[in-house]
Design a protein around this ligand. Structure first.
Ligand code: NAD
Ligand code: AHE
Ligand code: ZN
Length: 368
């Protein structure tokens, strides 16, 4: 079939809207009509050529929601008409990682996914006879896409697509980092570095679990109002203080119980770790750093009890947990609507990237 898609032909070039060819689902695969997709900073990072796994040409997008249109042979967990969220972290429930119960990082199809291919080692997308790579196993910047069945979470049908799509990455990543990865306890003092589409979800997760101080750090002053809207109690703009770490230590009587990096900047990651309380503070890296970047700190920071951790997709097991997060939204336990600051048609998707780089959006959603 033909489908409209925003194609990343080359790094650092705007996406182009073209009609691409899409092959139908093979065994264990599902054809999904994407109804809406968010634009996450990770899409921009890959498009900007900063991703060591970046492949061009490819169809980016990993934060979608849609409807099952066709299932391939052997598919049993979803059927035509089901509403689904594509999962860049699948859940096969059979691999060593899934069975360990120690991680959400299912490894069953990670190798081919990282090469922009379906699990059988081929692509379903092509343009003028040339293969186009899938992205993070999702490629939600296409009106129709094919995914392995293990990479689809079935969600309730009354959830609006243009909000539920955000659960496919940002909401789950932020809220899950608090509840699954850090397991923040009530009364904790916490710091969130970077108040964008992820950081604000960390803040609403912290508020939900009863954190005490929620300190937000951002170089963009406009983010102060956004942070406070979701439960932030204090704001620091690093440009206005001589030492961010010292300021956090002052505000928290010795350091934070939990800190979260939502910037992807390795210098900020160090600040986040060093803002933790001696003896027990934990810092969670969520931000994705540019290819080649490394983190550093004095080992003494760890010797004296600070803990450095990372979190992918909020530690969520996609097929099990994302339907529950959609329920939380539908039940009013978490908010999504106010964070979706812009909605565009696919033709205008490059505007979403511009707004993100200008710091003028929280989340842009593309509606097909
Ligand atoms: P965003 O652009 O919406 O927000 C980033 C925020 O960080 C902005 O408000 C910006 O002003 C702020 N910032 C930038 N540099 C800063 C600095 N030096 N100090 C303080 N604040 C600074 O991006 P997003 O969509 O929220 O994504 C945030 C990061 O999380 C990205 O690196 C993205 O790739 C990553 N991410 C990771 C996962 C995961 O599973 N680990 C999932 C989604 C996104
Ligand atoms: N391709 C990058 C790594 C990118 C990365 O860390 N991605 C996160 C999700 S970001 C969503 O917006 C993730 O889930 N990582 C786990 C994984 O298996 O990719 C690189 O550095 O090569
Ligand atoms: Zn994302």
């Amino acid at each position: 079939m033909k489908t409209r898609a925003a194609v990343a032909f080359e790094a650092k070039r705007p996406l182009e809207i073209v009609e691409v060819d899409l092959e139908g689902p093979r065994a264990g695969e599902v054809l999904v009509e994407i109804k809406a997709t968010g634009v996450c900073h990770t899409d921009a990072y890959t498009l900007d050529g900063l991703d060591s796994e970046g492949i061009f040409p490819s169809i980016l997008g990993h934060e979608g929601a849609g409807v099952v249109v066709e299932v391939g042979p052997g598919v049993t967990s979803v059927e035509v008409g089901d509403h689904v969220i594509p999962l860049y972290t699948p859940e096969c429930r059979q691999c060593k990682s899934c069975l360990s119960r120690k991680t959400n990082l299912c490894t069953s199809i990670r190798a081919t996914q990282g090469k922009g291919l379906m699990p059988d080692g081929t692509s379903r997308f092509s343009y003028k006879g040339q293969a186009i790579a899938h992205y993070m196993g999702c490629s939600t910047f296409s009106n129709y896409t094919v995914l392995p069945e293990i990479a689809l979470a079935k969600i309730r049908k009354d959830a609006p697509f243009d909000k539920a799509c955000y659960v496919g990455c940002g909401v789950t990543t932020g809220v899950g980092a608090v509840t699954n990865t850090a397991k923040v306890t009530p009364g904790s003092n916490c710091v969130v570095f970077g108040l964008g589409g992820i950081g604000l979800n960390v803040i609403q997760g912290l508020k939900m679990v009863g954190a005490d101080k929620i300190i937000g750090v951002d170089i963009n002053n406009d983010k102060e109002e956004w942070g406070r809207r979701f439960g932030m109690t204090d704001f620091i703009n690093p440009k206005n203080v001589s030492d961010v770490v010292a300021e956090v230590v002052r505000l928290t009587d010795g350091g934070a119980d939990y800190t979260f990096d939502c910037t992807g900047n390795t210098d900020v990651m160090r600040q986040a770790l060093e803002s933790c309380h001696r003896g027990w503070g934990e810092s969670i890296i969520i931000g994705v750093a540019e290819a080649g970047k490394e983190i550093a700190t004095r080992p003494f920071q760890l010797v004296t009890g600070r803990v450095w951790k990372g979190s992918a997709f909020g530690g969520a097991r996609g097929r099990t947990d994302t339907p529950k997060i959609v329920d939380w939204y539908m039940d009013g336990k978490i908010e999504i609507d106010p964070m979706i600051t812009h909605t565009f048609a696919l033709e205008d998707i490059n505007k979403a990237f511009d707004l993100m780089h200008e710091g003028k959006s929280i989340r842009s959603v593309i509606v097909f």
